[in-house]
Every structure is written in structure tokens, then in C-alpha cells.
Design a protein around this ligand. Structure first.
Ligand SMILES: Cc1cc2nc3c(=O)[nH]c(=O)nc-3n(C[C@H](O)[C@H](O)[C@H](O)COP(=O)(O)OP(=O)(O)OC[C@H]3O[C@@H](n4cnc5c(N)ncnc54)[C@H](O)[C@@H]3O)c2cc1C
Length: 288
């Protein structure tokens, strides 16, 4: 399969990439790791006339500690995130989920910015960004915007990004004391995409009750979403097995379940409760 022809640019600064975006408008597409965009181009589902490769912009690739949390450049790869001791200590669920994406080849090229910007319904990191309460910083010519992960994923392959914006940084707030995190995924055996995936961030008080919970879900519906019914059922509970199971039974509330060759909607509805319970139990265990 061959893509249609396109002009290729490899700017070395964000300012130059933004100038190219402004110049070419809707004809242009940003290229990060290419593991979602290039297959779309090969199947002619995307035919951009201009590709702006972000791969030579070294200032978009970093992992820094920030106020007890993290600031991560959009071009940081899954492998860099999975292997980072800083991520493992400050946002362990992000390292855990990044290590479960696809295979080595894809983890070595695919980026956190590409994953979030693509808003694939089966992508792992959108659910993790929601659970961690990530804030996403965008750049456009002369301006920056911060978008909460809660507002970023709009629909299937659709985000709150404007056509003239680059997602430049992902900020993860510090986790409160007593917080445990975990990611549980029922993976497609061939691609490892999530048939369903659940990211759980749970804060346990000194009396053993749940102080707060954020649960991010992927694979189930057209876009990653928070399981707010599960979150509110968890808060104030004693987190014993029946409380976790009861809360997890709400994980599919409000989701218009995907139906495809990998799983029926009914099967996904079943899986999401099972995997929500697993992720919550593991997060509670990790909190201690
Ligand atoms: C065989 C296979 C298996 C896979 N398995 C999994 C899996 O198990 N889990 C999973 O989560 N993913 C999986 N993926 C997808 C993979 O993780 C992609 O890398 C990811 O979805 C996109 O990241 P990328 O860096 O490759 O982005 P690209 O493909 O380069 O770009 C994706 C989209 O995002 C836009 N974009 C990229 N960066 C930015 C930016 N900084 N600002 C604004 N827009 C931007 C591009 O214009 C494009 O529209 C798989 C892919 C393949 C081919």
C-alpha cells in the first residue's frame, strides 16, 4: 500500500512548525511517531498534501519533575515513559500503561502526544490521562492554551485541538499521599489495542476508606471517558471486595458500547465491570 504524494517538512523548532501549519492550513498534518497516521495514509483514509514532521524538534521530548508531578513533552515516546524512574514514582499508571502499548517497535516510535491527539477509541493513554487529571498544553502562533484531559477527548478520533495548534506538553499533577494507581486491560492478542482498558487512581485515607477516585476507561465506547458512576460509588466506601464490585458495576454507565469483530457491545459491557474491579483492587493494593 502506498500513500498519495505529499510535501514533507521537518522543522527544528515549534515556532517553525507552527508557521508551516499556518501556511498550509487544512492541507497539512502533523507527523509524530507515525504509527496511527501512516497506516491511515496508506489506506487513503487520510491524504494530507503536506506532512510536518515533529521528529526533529528536540525541545518537545523530555520528562521533568514539576511540583511533585510531571511535565512531559509531547514527542516523548512510550518506551521513554515506561522506562523513566521519575514516571514510575510520580505517575506509576502512566509507566505501566505505556509499557503495555503494542510492541517494542511501536513503543520506540509512538509518542504520548500522538496517542492523545489521535483519540483512538482503543488507545491506552487517553484513559490514563483522564484518570491522572492531566492538563494538556497546546501551542499556536503566539499563544498557549491549557486543556483539561476531561475536556480534550471530544469524540472518535476527535479532540479539542484546533487545526492551528500543536499539543506541546502534558502536565500530570502530584498524586496525594495514600494514592495507588493501576491499569488493567483486556488486550487484542495481535495489536494489543485495548478491547477494554481501565486506569484507576484511588486515594485511601488512614481509616481505610476511599477519599477520592478517578477512573478512566478506553476501548468501550467511541472515546475515552471517566467512569463517574464508579468514582462516586467508591468515595466514602470501605473499599472491601463487595464495595469495589458494586462500584465497578457502574463502569459502563452511559457508554454507547462499540461493536466490532473483536467484541460485541454486550461482551464489552461485561468486560468493563470486570476490568474496572481489577484496576481498582490493584490501585488500592498499590496505595499501601
Ligand atoms: C500494529 C499497531 C498496534 C498498536 N497497538 C496499540 C496499543 O496497544 N495501544 C495503543 O494505545 N496504541 C496502539 N497503537 C497506536 C500507537 O500507539 C500510535 O503510536 C499512537 O496512536 C499515535 O502516536 P504517534 O506518535 O505514532 O502519532 P502519529 O501517528 O504520528 O499521529 C497521530 C495523529 O495525531 C496527530 N498528532 C501527533 N502528534 C501531535 C501533536 N504533538 N500535536 C497535535 N497533533 C498531533 C497527527 O497529526 C495524527 O493525526 C498501535 C499501532 C499499530 C500500528
Amino acid at each position: 500500500m502506498v500513500t498519495s504524494s505529499f510535501d514533507y517538512y521537518a522543522p527544528t523548532s515549534v515556532a517553525d512548525a507552527l508557521a508551516l501549519l499556518d501556511q498550509h492550513g487544512d492541507d497539512a498534518k502533523l507527523l509524530a511517531g507515525g504509527h496511527s497516521l501512516i497506516p491511515l495514509m496508506k489506506t487513503r483514509l487520510a491524504e494530507p498534501a503536506v506532512l510536518i514532521d515533529l521528529g526533529k524538534i528536540s525541545t518537545l521530548s523530555y520528562i521533568n519533575e514539576q511540583d511533585g508531578g510531571l511535565a512531559i513533552g509531547a514527542m516523548t515516546t512510550y518506551s521513554e515513559i515506561a522506562g523513566s524512574e521519575l514516571v514510575q514514582s510520580n505517575a506509576p499508571v502512566l509507566a505501566e500503561a505505556s509499557g503495555q502499548v503494542a510492541d517494542n517497535q511501536i513503543r520506540n516510535r509512538g509518542t504520548i502526544g500522538g496517542s492523545l491527539s489521535h483519540s483512538d477509541p482503543a488507545g491506552d493513554l487517553p484513559a490514563v490521562a483522564l484518570a491522572l487529571g492531566a492538563q494538556l498544553t497546546t501551542s499556536s502562533s503566539g499563544a498557549h492554551r491549557t486543556i483539561s484531559a476531561d475536556d480534550f477527548f471530544v469524540d472518535l478520533l476527535t479532540t479539542a485541538l484546533e487545526p492551528n495548534e500543536i499539543l506541546s506538553e502534558i502536565v500530570i499533577p502530584a498524586l496525594p499521599a495514600g494514592t495507588g494507581t493501576a491499569y488493567a486491560k483486556f488486550a487484542n492478542k495481535a495489536s494489543h489495542y485495548a478491547v477494554v482498558g481501565v486506569a484507576a487512581v484511588v486515594t485511601v485515607g488512614s481509616d481505610g476508606t476511599c477519599q477520592s477516585a478517578r477512573i478512566g476507561i478506553t476501548g468501550a465506547g467511541p472515546k475515552a471517558t471517566r467512569a463517574t458512576g464508579t468514582e462516586s460509588a467508591l468515595v466514602g466506601s470501605n473499599l472491601d471486595d463487595s464495595a469495589v464490585r458494586a462500584a465497578a458495576s457502574h463502569a459502563g454507565d452511559g457508554i454507547d458500547f462499540n461493536e466490532d469483530v473483536h467484541a460485541s457491545g454486550e461482551y464489552r459491557a461485561h468486560l468493563i465491570s470486570v476490568y474496572a474491579a481489577r484496576a481498582i483492587r490493584a490501585a488500592v493494593e498499590n496505595a499501601s
